[in-house]
Design a protein. Structure first.
Length: 80
């Protein structure tokens, strides 16, 4: 199989999503709260030109399990 950047990006996104799901499922476990608590970042640029207005909102939540999932996805990609 030929490796390319798009395939790696898809792997990383799937790894982040899998890590986020594991983080949500394990959120009630109090002993690993440092792994399940997300760090949140929000970016909302807006332009108003009286004729045209543009609003974009990007909300990012990353937990340690998400980063572990992304690292695992990169490792799996390299093993292919």
């Amino acid at each position: 199989m030929k490796k390319n950047g798009w395939f790696l990006l898809i792997f990383i996104i799937i790894g982040l999503l899998a890590g986020a799901l594991v983080s949500r499922w394990l959120a009630p476990v109090s002993g690993i709260s440092f792994l399940t608590k997300p760090i949140e970042a929000t970016w909302s640029p807006a332009i108003d030109l009286y004729v045209l207005s543009f609003n974009l909102s990007l909300h990012l939540q990353i937990s340690m399990f998400s980063l572990i999932g992304a690292a695992l996805a990169i490792w799996l990609y390299r093993k292919m």
